[in-house]
Design a protein around this ligand. Structure first.
Ligand code: SAM
Length: 350
């Protein structure tokens, strides 16, 4: 029966919630082998063996939010705060461009310093200097108007994980925030024509199969062009320090299911995946991931962007170590691609 369900999912790129729940709860090793082969073949169909590299710039760890799981949340007094200047951000892009990167992902905490005018100036400078490059922002919740001026300034993509569709858990994880607001932000991003990224953490406390299926359904309904999924990893200086991290196996299963539901999605093998297991990145690529975001941030600040314990930012997680990255990816049988790599979901002819 699992074979029939997997074949249906492969053909129709959808399943009823009931069948998804059944599959997650009952899939065995034989079923996983088939599922992973299928999800990988969908990635190959639309993107071949290409793995897009993006330069990640973690430009501020100041954050006004209260996310219980996150090492840079506003209440963590132990976090050593930093904020890059416009010149420093441009220097990161310059280093990236010299290496061949053509997508810059600017990620940060929700830092009130970076008002619309400041962000617009930074984005316009990047777009002017590096013609044809793509800019992705991951700077949290903002108003429709704010997303609109940023889009008009030239931002191409926006990553905003929805984190979880379980509203009760969402409230516990973010006591001052609402899932509804996060969801509306994502709808606004879509409306404004951003390539929009949603996503969730695997292994949050009390998580059930129904919650995972809710997350998958949310992503499918949104028609997210990008999906960020990684394990939740405990940070010792947060109030969740006693909760255990998510595991590789469930994360891989979720990545594979996302590729099956949205075959043309851009799907990163995340840093968190590479942090929980040395084979995490390979495992992600082998079930259909096609993006890697090496770190381009200034080395002296990398350890301070500490979202969770032992977060990797050196070796092949470092954008500068391009040869290491290319060698690793090629060893796994893939090919690094440093083009903009827009989502094929924008191209309705394929
Ligand atoms: N502030 C922006 C936002 O909220 O979208 C972007 C930065 S935020 C640190 C980026 C992502 O890191 C979050 O969406 C969350 O899923 C992930 N993250 C934070 N803490 C984590 C943890 N302890 N383990 C795994 N992922 C974590």
């Amino acid at each position: 029966i699992q074979k029939i369900i997997i074949e249906t999912l492969y053909k129709e790129h959808d399943l009823s919630d009931k069948d998804l729940i059944w599959l997650i709860d009952n899939i065995d090793n034989k079923g996983k082998k088939l599922l992973f082969e299928k999800s990988k073949s969908l990635r190959d169909k639309y993107y071949g063996k290409k793995v897009y590299l993006r330069g990640l710039i973690e430009f501020t760890n100041y954050c006004k939010r209260e996310c219980r799981y996150c090492g840079i949340n506003a209440y963590n007094k132990k976090a050593v705060r930093y904020r890059l200047t416009k010149e420093e951000i441009l220097e990161c892009c310059e280093n990236g461009r010299k290496l061949g990167y053509s997508t810059f992902v600017l990620q940060g905490g929700e830092d009130s310093y970076f008002k619309d005018e400041v962000m617009v100036d930074i984005v316009k400078s990047i777009k002017k200097k590096y013609k044809g490059c793509a800019v992705t922002l991951s700077i949290g919740e903002r108003s429709y108007e704010s997303y609109k001026v940023l889009r008009e300034a030239g931002v191409d993509r926006f990553l905003l994980r929805h984190e979880t569709v379980n509203e009760e858990l969402y409230r516990w994880l973010h006591p001052k925030s609402k899932f509804e607001t996060r969801k509306n932000c994502l709808l606004n991003l879509k409306k404004l024509g951003y390539q929009t990224g949603a996503g969730f953490m695997v292994g949050l406390p009390w998580y059930t199969t129904k919650d995972y299926v809710g997350d998958l359904r949310f992503i499918k309904n949104l028609q997210a062009e990008m999906v960020g999924i990684g394990p939740y990893i405990t940070h010792e200086d947060t109030s969740m320090k006693d909760y255990k991290s998510g595991d590789l196996e469930t994360t891989i299963l979720m990545l594979s299911l996302v590729r099956m539901l949205l075959p043309k999605v851009l799907l990163p093998a995340t840093t968190a995946l590479g942090t929980i297991s040395k084979d995490g990145r390979k495992a992600g690529l082998d079930v259909g991931c096609n993006v890697i975001m090496p770190n381009l941030s200034p080395e002296n600040h990398r350890k301070d962007y500490s979202l969770y314990n032992n977060k990797k930012s050196s070796g092949s997680e470092s954008a500068q170590a391009l040869k290491l990255i290319v060698d690793e990816i090629e060893k796994y049988g893939y090919k690094c691609d440093m083009a903009r790599g827009d989502s094929k979901m924008l191209d309705s002819s394929i």
